[in-house]
Design a binder for this molecule. Structure first.
Ligand SMILES: Cc1cc2nc3c(=O)[nH]c(=O)nc-3n(C[C@H](O)[C@H](O)[C@H](O)COP(=O)(O)O)c2cc1C
Length: 357
């Protein structure tokens, strides 16, 4: 299926935006140069930090790319619950010889300032995580020549995306690495995520917009499957964490295929919102009681995560990964796009009967 979005790049392969220093300009440039769509992640950055990365990326490639924004979280979490969690993390702070962070370090991720930069200096594509921007925002970006994508994790969320006037929906299955882009984080919903193929079919029947499928995709054959199920492109995160250009910590890259890590889980332990990562000591110990308090817990645990990373301690880091992590390939990102495209072509031939003897 062709759409204004997929007309921008030859291979239906989107490199997921990955906040926390993973999707650096070098990664996005390599993907876009190879014919996929590279993405920068503005989450947790200042508006100026985002702008500097955009300028750097523009210096590396003239091809289209995207920038991802986190929606603000205006609702305050229960301060008492955050206080109790801080108490429960006291031993971690002592172990890593650091203080806990201030949970009140901001709830909006500099959203308005980042939008202002993106309206003054338009980029080809902007995507949104954790909710739906207002129609005014989507219209203003369209007038600036930018295509807009919004993540949905249910058919109802996809309808809200369509009604707001976005150009495409990112359909994120529960297999996905990193944070679920659920529009409203409700603690009672824990454990109710929908698998990508089921979700894709539900969303395909709910909205007419082009769909970008995300969650657990590591091979071209899976891209063929989501295209056959109605998606226009696939968005891959974990597969790109392992690439040479990714800014992920070496410990994170190695952990993806380390047999020591046998499974992933959705956990609130690091940020207060469900995110999928490799199950390590921190997730096992603190996941069971971490409260629904995003971004308070993100700020609270930031020094712990930094200290663990400095020490190269995989047991204290947020090792975000999707369910397909074991299939990660340590390649240059451009080569990964080429390999995925070749696998996709082979799978399509097989699907159309051309591969049978
Ligand atoms: C390390 C990491 C960081 C992520 N950060 C973001 C982000 O900043 N914004 C966003 O929209 N999605 C983010 N995601 C989720 C991806 O957009 C995508 O849904 C997910 O990677 C797809 O599943 P996969 O990792 O199994 O390919 C992140 C994923 C990972 C693995």
């Amino acid at each position: 299926m062709s759409s204004a979005l997929t007309d921008l790049f030859p291979h239906p392969i989107v490199q997921a935006p990955m906040a926390g220093g993973v999707s650096v300009p070098q990664l996005a440039a390599a993907v876009s140069e190879a014919g996929g769509l590279g993405f920068l992640a503005a989450g947790y950055k200042t508006a100026d930090g985002m702008y500097q990365e955009i300028k750097q990326l523009r210096g590396l490639t003239g091809r289209p790319f995207g920038v991802n924004l986190f929606m603000p979280h205006p609702e305050y979490a229960e301060p008492a619950a955050v206080g109790v969690y801080a108490h429960q993390l006291a031993g971690e702070a002592a172990w890593y010889e650091t203080e806990l962070g201030d949970p009140d370090s901001g709830r909006d991720d500099g959203y308005d300032a980042k939008l202002a930069v993106l309206l003054d200096n338009p980029v080809p594509v902007v995507s949104f995580h954790f909710g739906v921007p207002g129609r005014d925002v989507l219209d203003a970006l369209r007038r600036a020549g930018t295509l807009t994508l919004v993540t949905a994790t249910t058919a109802d969320e996809a309808r809200a995306v369509e009604q707001a006037g976005a150009d495409a929906v990112i359909v994120q299955g529960v297999e996905a690495g990193g944070h679920q882009g659920t529009h409203r984080d409700i603690a009672e919903n824990d454990g109710s995520g929908i698998g990508l193929l089921s979700l894709l079919a539900q969303v395909r029947e709910a909205v007419r917009l082009p769909l970008v499928a995300a969650g657990g995709i590591m091979r071209g054959s899976q891209i063929a499957a989501v295209l056959a199920a109605g998606a226009s492109a696939a968005q891959l995160g974990t597969a790109f964490v392992a690439t040479h250009e990714s800014g992920a910590h070496a410990v994170h890259k190695q952990a993806l295929t380390n047999p020591l890590f046998t499974r992933t889980a959705l956990t609130r332990a690091f940020s207060g919102r469900p995110a999928r990562g490799l199950v390590n000591r921190f997730v096992r110990e603190h996941g069971p009681y971490a409260p629904a308090a995003y971004p308070d817990l993100h700020h609270l645990t930031a020094p712990l995560r930094k200290a663990a990373a400095r020490a190269g301690d995989a047991q204290g880091m947020a090792l975000w990964a999707g369910q397909g992590h074991r299939m990660a390939r340590e390649l240059p990102a451009g080569q990964l796009v080429e390999v995925l495209a070749a696998e996709l072509a082979a799978a399509r031939t097989a699907l159309s009967g051309g591969g049978t003897a």
